[in-house]
Ligand binder design. Structure first.
Ligand SMILES: Cc1cc2nc3c(=O)[nH]c(=O)nc-3n(C[C@H](O)[C@H](O)[C@H](O)COP(=O)(O)OP(=O)(O)OC[C@H]3O[C@@H](n4cnc5c(N)ncnc54)[C@H](O)[C@@H]3O)c2cc1C
Length: 524
């Protein structure tokens, strides 16, 4: 693929990218993705479903209240209310695109319950295959929309800037290939999360923070990058990525126990096994750290219905040699979701002209310091719609884009390289479930060295993204939501504000942290 001119370029083909492309139709859109549509996207792996107050007795205001409570003081309340108000319409859109959400015998949408929701409001598909069903439906809709062009197998590795405006993207199909430049009037980042910066994660390798890094290097403002949600119950069977034991299992009565068969969450939080994710993740982490191990026991609550009600989890367990109908499921916390990202406003605009962001790569402020379960697919569709509306309203249409060929030769991610493994180990050890100033300073030092020495664009981008997370975590000297500092265990009311930072500011924080650590080391 040589250099080409496009109208709207969307980088990423998960739920955010595809929904935005469909909402922009019939305007010409080019969707550029690292992996073929339906693969290499967290969206396809979502199990629980999408949160929306569609059940009788539930209200969008109650949904907003739960969202705000989960966010531990940092949620943009007006936007959270707007998101929950728009949720039922976006679910209707998904139905119209052909998503076969589960229905009751009376024909109403069936809703499930997940942790920290005050009502049953998770719309799902065949129990736990919502993500796959949504991606199948959106993929089919996109492929039958003539205005949408797909370029699959290309990894974006830089944004193209003209002055202060984003005018395109540099992308490559596999390492060793020449990069191609795509010029566009509007560029939408929809590259997903950062889970693969960690050694233990539920995310696919494509969720390696590249979108965050390229936006940061172009000068975009970032927000809340320290807030990483760890899923408390990844199946601990040594697989990378780690399969997920969905939170819906606990919603349906499965319980957490340690190796001695004792329930431990009751002593930690009044909601016990249904406490907020960060609390459960720390509870599970503590049992593992104490050598007792942590397990999910679904034998009584779900039992023989397991295969039919949770087919995805069942298949993952069986592949790991665990029969969840009869046996305990070993679990561990895993990097799962990034609340932070590229800072966007209510319309999905970033701080850079010409660049919008939606989905997990964006930080709209609706999640604050901790995301409420099943609010991420919702945020993706709500803000992808807003981005599409904004681009339609503001940016004039270009000439018909030139045809670019589709290529699926590989994404150029060097996921298995020793430096990538080192980076992921550092992130899990020092920037994980529980952090400390000293550990974060060590991490910043090592990450900076990896970034400096990186030979490949993807490793350099991963290291830049890691630096953005670690620097913000170093700077937030308190514990709040998903960010737990062992050296600052209390929440500081004076810090109840979102943290915005640029890459230049993150580098300054890193330099100071590294300098302080070296200065406090005994002389040889
Ligand atoms: C196992 C699992 C279960 C989950 N369950 C739920 C759930 O039940 N409910 C819920 O609300 N949320 C859930 N989540 C979170 C949710 O799935 C994600 O937050 C959401 O799908 C993100 O959508 P997205 O479109 O932003 O990113 P993704 O779906 O990850 O898509 C990102 C896209 O960008 C592409 N890409 C990445 N980098 C580049 C690059 N440099 N160049 C080109 N393309 C690139 C990828 O290939 C992909 O196409 C779950 C996540 C996981 C991992």
């Amino acid at each position: 693929m040589s250099d080409s001119v496009h109208d709207v370029i969307i980088i990423g083909g998960g739920i955010a990218g595809l929904f935005c492309a469909l909402k922009l139709s019939p305007r010409p859109v080019t969707v550029l993705t690292a992996a073929p549509i339906g693969q290499g996207a967290s969206s396809a792996w979502a199990q629980g479903g999408i949160a929306a107050a569609v059940a009788e007795g539930d209200t969008t205001e109650a949904h907003a209240r739960d969202t705000i409570a989960a966010g531990a003081g940092l949620v943009d309340e007006a936007l959270a209310r707007a998101m929950t108000r728009e949720a039922p319409d976006r679910v209707r859109d998904l139905l119209a695109y052909g998503v076969p959400f589960d229905k009751t015998l009376e024909g109403h949408l069936a809703v499930g319950r997940e942790a920290a929701h005050s009502a049953r409001r998770i719309v799902h598909v065949q129990g736990d295959v919502a993500g796959r069903a949504i991606m199948d439906a959106l993929g089919a809709a996109v492929r039958s929309t003539p205005s949408i062009r797909l370029i699959e197998g290309y990894l974006a590795e830089d944004l193209v800037i003209d002055g202060a405006r984003v005018v395109g993207v540099l992308a490559r199909a596999g390492s060793g290939r020449k990069p191609a430049t795509l010029h566009g009037r509007a560029v939408v980042l929809a590259t997903g999360g950062i889970g693969h910066l960690y050694a233990v994660t539920t995310n696919p390798p494509e969720a390696s923070g590249i979108g965050l890094a390229i936006a940061a290097r172009a000068g975009a403002m970032l927000a809340d990058t320290e807030f990483v949600q760890f899923h408390p119950t990844a199946i601990a069977a040594g697989l990378d990525p780690a399969p997920l034991a969905s939170e819906a299992l606990r919603g349906e009565g499965a319980i957490l126990v340690n190796g001695a068969g004792e329930r431990f969450m009751q002593n930690i939080h009044r909601d016990g096994d249904l406490a907020p994710r960060d609390v459960v993740a720390r509870g599970v982490f503590a049992e593992i750290a104490a050598g007792r191990g942590a397990f999910l026991d679904a034998r009584t609550a779900i039992g023989k219905d397991f295969p039919a009600r949770f087919p995805t989890v069942y298949a993952s367990c069986m592949a790991a040699g665990i029969d969840p109908v009869r046996a305990l499921i070993p679990v561990a916390p895993a990097a799962h979701y990034h609340m932070g990202g590229v800072s966007t406003d209510a319309r999905g605009r970033t701080s850079l002209e010409g660049l919008w962001a939606a989905g997990e790569v964006a930080s709209t402020g609706v999640h604050g310091a901790n995301r409420l379960a099943s609010n991420s697919l919702l945020e993706a569709v709500v803000f992808a719609t807003r981005v599409a509306e904004d681009i339609s309203g503001t940016s004039s249409q270009a000439a018909t884009p030139q045809r670019a060929s589709s290529d699926t030769t590989g994404s150029g991610l060097d996921a298995a390289s020793p430096s990538v493994r080192d980076l992921r180990t550092i992130m899990s050890r020092h920037v994980g479930v529980i952090r400390s100033g000293d550990g974060l300073a060590v991490a910043l030092d090592k990450i900076s060295r990896i970034e400096h020495a990186a030979q490949s664009p993807s490793l350099r981008n991963m290291a830049t993204a890691a630096l953005l997370v670690a620097a913000a975590a170093f700077a937030r000297r308190e514990s709040r939501g998903a960010h737990e500092r062992s050296d600052h265990p209390k929440t500081d009311p004076a810090l109840a504000r979102r943290a915005f930072l640029t890459l230049a500011e993150a580098r300054t924080i890193a330099a100071e942290a590294i300098h302080t650590t070296h200065a406090s080391m005994p002389a040889e």
